[in-house]
Design a protein around this ligand. Structure first.
Ligand code: ADP
Ligand code: GLC
Length: 513
């Protein structure tokens, strides 16, 4: 199958969080299964090209209508292991992606709208022989790909403009439109913007059905890109079965509960995997001491290296509790802060690695960082640091993930692979992937961590307290937990098959064989 993914992140080139890991891991897994996979990505100036060749320009030129003129984009090509990346590069005078970061700009709506329209133009520019069998869009940043290409096909012309959307649609050369799957990685970010975004893109009049799809569920005058994408897609999924249920039946749907229930017939929950060639304690180039299940004892060498790198006291008699997280309200900011203090009081050491976009959150962690600047028991590293993340997974004993909601969560999966025991809230993908150590109904070999229900300091203390107690009092039992986690198969092998089923479903819906 020819699969074209459209995404705002793809690791290691562009990664702000798990979206980048998930897109890259799935693309590679599908590529290794023999499918032809391309990932379309903005050509950010902050692409991480370490160890990769320079992307090469292709003879494909795209024009995207924006604010009354056309944005010219080049397409760059980069071959990666198992798949190909195509980068959308506007000319230097249109610096939509030259901001030294992926998100957090005041014009994010426009930036990703231009990307989405360029993606539609790209598909249209491909010759019949290169036409994808399936488009796979990710998160709100690509909602317009779904909304505009679908409606455009049926009710063209959406635009009077001469750019990407103004000409006959991407399906022009073929009898059936290209089926589109849409993956919702985080329903907390829906892409809710002022409706004049469409005018900027040269969309003059919006057909009734599209207007209904786009209309935000709670605020008049806003358009909601994820909501429209859900309606337009042939198949929709989110990234764990439990989150798929939560978003339809609890406030985790963030206003889209009823909308998602309406489309339940085409909605699925597919658990993410992790790329086990990138996240492999036996081969990881970022860690000084390699280990696996049989040589788990060597993990301690990474603990020592981590303490040294962070300036923590060399004290293996204390458990090392880690946090690796985007510092966002979703991740349970108050609970993280509480967990750090509690772990320290309980005699543990703490290593936090986190980046915050929200200034209030950034301020709170900066304050704590300053307060503990001279401590040899706790270190807070604020920012994004891939190599340190690997060393923390390898060196820590426990990892704290007290999320208020979590669509899937990759940190617990990576941690388990590195023999680091997760303590997490029983929500979303965390609930689907962690089995509590004290759950007497679960087989002992399936128990991998600690879960708590209420988002309260008391509930967190109870779970973290149980974990620290086992670490101190029953080291052999604790080692067993580590091994149970390491034995789990969190690779993309099974999820990739589920995505292929989803693609087949989408193709059947469109009448493709
Ligand atoms: P989310 O996508 O919501 O941020 P996930 O658990 O799915 O959460 O994925 C987080 C990914 O980002 C993991 O690969 C984790 O190691 C990584 N990560 C998070 N914060 C940082 C950071 N500050 N530095 C390096 N990697 C980070
Ligand atoms: C999102 C979610 C996270 C998920 C990741 C990859 O950012 O917050 O739970 O693991 O996407 O799907």
């Amino acid at each position: 199958m020819r699969i074209l993914m459209i995404s705002s992140e793809c690791a290691p080139l562009a990664k702000a969080g798990g979206l980048g890991d998930a897109v890259a891991g799935l693309a590679r897994a599908l590529g290794h299964l023999g499918h032809r996979v391309e990932v379309l990505l903005p050509a950010y100036d902050c692409l991480n090209l370490t160890g990769l060749p320079e992307p090469k320009p292709l003879e494909i030129h795209l024009r995207v209508p924006f604010a009354g003129r056309a944005i010219d984009c080049q397409v760059l090509d980069l071959s990666l292991d198992g798949y190909v990346c195509r980068l959308i590069a506007p000319r230097p005078q249109d610096p939509f992606f030259a901001r030294a970061r992926i998100y957090g700009e005041p014009d994010d709506a426009e930036r990703f709208a231009v990307f989405a329209c360029a993606a539609i133009a790209y598909v249209r520019a491909l010759g019949a022989g290169a036409r994808p069998d399936i488009l796979h869009c990710h998160d709100w940043q690509t909602g317009l790909v779904l909304a505009l290409s679908r409606e455009y096909r049926q009710d063209a012309p959406v635009s009077q403009n001469t750019g990407a959307l103004g000409k006959p649609g991407m399906s022009e050369t073929s009898a059936t439109p290209i089926p589109i799957c849409y993956t919702l990685h985080n329903i907390g970010y829906q892409g809710r913007f002022r409706a004049d975004l469409l005018t900027k893109l040269g969309v003059q009049s919006v057909p009734r059905r599209l207007a209904h799809w786009l209309a935000d569920h709670s605020e008049a005058g806003l358009i909601n890109l994820m909501k429209a994408g859900i309606a337009a897609a042939d198949a929709v999924n989110t990234v764990s079965p439990r989150y798929a249920w939560e978003v339809q039946y609890t406030e985790q749907g963030m206003g889209l509960e009823a909308w998602l229930r309406r489309y339940a017939f085409k909605f699925a929950g597919i658990l993410n995997g992790i790329d086990d060639s990138v996240w492999d304690p036996a081969r990881d180039p970022f860690i000084p001491v390699h280990f696996d299940l049989r040589t788990l004892g060597r993990k301690e060498g990474n603990g020592q290296a981590l303490r040294q790198r962070l300036g923590l006291a060399d004290d293996p008699g204390r458990p090392l509790v880690a946090v690796i997280s985007r510092l966002d309200w979703q991740k349970g900011v108050d609970l993280i802060l509480h967990g750090i203090e509690y772990a320290l009081r309980a005699g543990a050491q703490v290593a936090l690695l986190g980046a915050a976009l929200d200034p209030e959150i950034a301020g709170r962690f900066a304050l704590l960082q300053a307060r503990y600047a001279d401590s040899t028991q706790v270190r807070l590293v604020l920012g994004h640091d891939e190599s340190l993340a690997h060393l923390i997974y390898a060196g820590a004993d426990l990892i704290l993930i007290p999320s208020l909601y979590e669509p899937c969560g990759l940190t617990q999966l990576i941690a388990m692979r590195y023999g680091t025991v997760p303590i997490a809230r029983r929500v979303g993908g965390l609930a689907d992937t962690i089995q509590d150590a004290n759950d007497s109904i679960a087989p002992r070999s399936a128990r991998t961590g600690y879960l708590f229900d209420e988002p309260t300091p008391e509930a967190l203390e109870d779970a973290l307290g149980r974990a620290l107690w086992l670490w101190r009092e029953h080291p052999r039992e604790f080692a067993q937990l580590r091994c149970n986690g390491m034995r789990m198969d969190w690779s993309w092998r099974k999820p990739a098959q589920r995505y292929l089923e989803l693609y087949r479903y989408a193709r059947q819906t469109r009448g493709c064989r």
